[in-house]
Design a protein around this ligand. Structure first.
Ligand code: ZN
Length: 198
């Protein structure tokens, strides 16, 4: 027996497929949406489609942006010779929130994971190497301290070493397996300041 109407079921199913949303939250959200005034629901739907069609990767650092080049890369006041490599835009946001990092970023969109079959070609590594042809003095590897993050850090360091560009790794102290976005700003800054040369 179907507990709810077909449309409600479909809505619950879509919401439940989102990360971090279980069946119960999906039901709660579905009923909330159904009870909203029509114009609010239309606005929500519009915002979703507009975000999807207008947000793209920055052509330089591959973070999500509305423009060809994101505001960080486009800012002449930032230090364009230092590039911090992070796994995803959320990690970038975590460092950006500290307000203390002056350099640029490079977003890999993942990490190397032999277990999951994710190889170097599946993340934005080629693009990083391409950027290093420019005037770059230091690459700070700020991938997570998970097994995948460490594997990726190792791989990048081996890749960059021969170019003579300084390669550093943020200090441990970032909890093992911890996502950078969940770490407080003080810990992030300490990890950045205590970075070691690879
Ligand atoms: Zn950018």
């Amino acid at each position: 027996m179907e507990l709810y109407s077909g449309h409600i079921n479909k809505l619950i199913e879509e919401l439940a497929a989102l990360p971090g949303i279980g069946e119960k939250s999906a039901q709660r959200l579905a009923f909330y949406i159904i009870n909203l005034p029509s114009d609010r629901v239309e606005k929500l739907a519009r915002v979703l489609t507009e975000a999807k069609s207008n947000v793209r990767y920055c052509e330089s650092c591959f973070t999500l942006t509305d423009k060809e080049i994101c505001p960080i890369c486009a800012n002449p006041k930032r230090n364009h010779k230092t590039i911090m490599v992070v796994e995803n835009p959320r990690d970038l946001a975590a460092y950006e929130k500290t307000g203390k990092f002056e350099g640029l970023y490079h977003v890999l969109h993942g990490s190397i994971s032999p277990m999951l079959g994710i190889g170097p070609g599946d993340i934005k590594l080629k693009e990083l190497v391409k950027r290093l042809e420019g005037d770059v003095e230091e690459v700070i590897i700020a991938t997570n301290s998970s097994l995948e993050g460490e594997t990726t850090a190792m791989y990048i360091s081996k890749l960059i070493k021969p170019t003579g560009i300084k390669v550093t790794r943020i200090a441990s102290g970032v909890p093992v397996g911890g996502d950078l976005e969940n770490i407080d700003e003080v810990t992030l800054l300490r990890a950045l300041e205590g970075r070691i040369e690879l």
